[in-house]
Design a protein around this ligand. Structure first.
Ligand SMILES: CC(C)(COP(=O)(O)OP(=O)(O)OC[C@H]1O[C@@H](n2cnc3c(N)ncnc32)[C@H](O)[C@@H]1OP(=O)(O)O)[C@@H](O)C(=O)NCCC(=O)NCCS
Length: 308
């Protein structure tokens, strides 16, 4: 029976989650399949074109792919997720899904396709280097490695973890300098969004909106005389993920960042998370020093010019 590639609708969400739960070879990814599918497919569709494809033989779903246009750049298309049932690998299913995605993305105006996260809704920055078949498939299908990215892990599994070091002494020192640290509420969202835009550029609106006051997510902020000095958020893409965070350049080095980070990690632990993922990390020494986080997941990012 021939392989057929069909566009999937929201009513097939359950089958997609089920297949990802079986086909994502790393157990931590398989366990997060429902949140990953929700972020990439349901929520991402609010601000960019998103297409989910299924590979069928008869009525059997053998593989799935989610792709999207970049919100800010129509020339770029992203493959956010591709997964093939382990029982049906090396039969051309992944190739067929990727070829269809390239055609669809070209139709949306893309000149280039990235096998890389499409912020703010992404599951991983790129292909985890441990997904060896995916690395092989990317190369076989004409993608070339572009950048490397990494996540850090903060261990929340035991009381004495440096990630759970108390924040009270540092908060008392900050209070002596007029700085208040507190949990952000819905009323803080406009000021937080404005602060993040003005200080760091415009990319974090959706992550802030997905964190502040949301279930299994949250945000803490630091302020002085009503002026925001920094924030840290977690849970917008899934409960185990920390970020984004930012401290105003003038307040850097005052200990605000470490306090905000560990407040979030404490919340995540209280919600049952045993290992927080600090996604697509920038300042390794900051996370290592403030929370004992270690580099753990490493990702290769790939790109391919269409028509090349
Ligand atoms: C990556 C994945 C989607 C590939 O699906 P697939 O249906 O097995 O891929 P195909 O059969 O179309 O393979 C296409 C080409 O990729 C290469 N390839 C795929 N798997 C390979 C492997 N295990 N070893 C070496 N090359 C491999 C081959 O060149 C293959 O062509 P060939 O069989 O004609 O030699 C599948 O392995 C998978 O679901 N992995 C787990 C999920 C994952 O890693 N997703 C990516 C991160 S989101």
């Amino acid at each position: 029976m021939d392989l057929e590639i069909a566009e999937l609708g929201p009513d097939q969400r359950h089958s997609v989650v089920d297949l990802c739960g079986r086909a994502l070879d790393l157990p931590e990814d398989a366990a997060e399949a429902p949140d990953v599918v929700d972020a990439l497919w349901t929520r991402a569709a609010a601000d960019r074109p998103v297409v989910a494809l299924g590979a069928y033989r008869g009525t059997d779903l053998l593989g799935v792919l989610v792709c999207s246009g970049a919100a800010g750049d129509a020339r770029l298309g992203h493959v956010d997720l591709v997964a093939v049932d382990p029982a049906h690998r090396r039969g051309g299913v992944g190739r067929a899904l990727l070829s269809s995605a390239e055609r669809i993305l070209a139709g949306l105006g893309a000149a280039e396709v990235l096998l890389a996260g499409n912020p703010p809704y992404y599951a991983w920055p790129g292909i985890d280097v441990r997904y060896t078949p995916a690395v092989c498939a990317a190369l076989a299908l004409g993608y070339r490695q572009d950048r490397t990215a990494w996540n850090m892990t903060a261990d929340l599994s035991y009381d004495g973890s440096p990630a759970l070091r108390p924040t009270e002494p540092a908060e008392a020192r900050l209070a002596g300098r007029g700085v208040t640290v507190r949990r952000a509420g819905a009323g803080d969202l406009p000021a937080l969004t404005e602060f993040a835009r003005a200080t760091f550029g415009g990319a974090w609106d959706a992550e802030l909106a997905g964190s502040v006051g949301r279930d299994r997510a949250g945000c803490h902020l630091a302020e002085r005389d009503g002026e925001l000095l920094g924030f840290a958020a977690y849970g917008s893409s899934r409960p185990s993920w920390f970020g984004p965070m930012g401290t105003a350049p003038a307040a850097e080095g005052s200990g605000i960042g470490g306090v905000l980070l560990r407040r979030c990690l404490r919340d995540q632990r209280a919600a049952g998370v045993t290992a927080a993922q600090i996604g697509w990390v920038g300042p390794v020494p900051f996370y290592s020093g403030s929370a004992g986080a270690r580099i753990e997941r490493v990702f290769f990012l790939y790109r391919k010019a269409l028509g090349a």
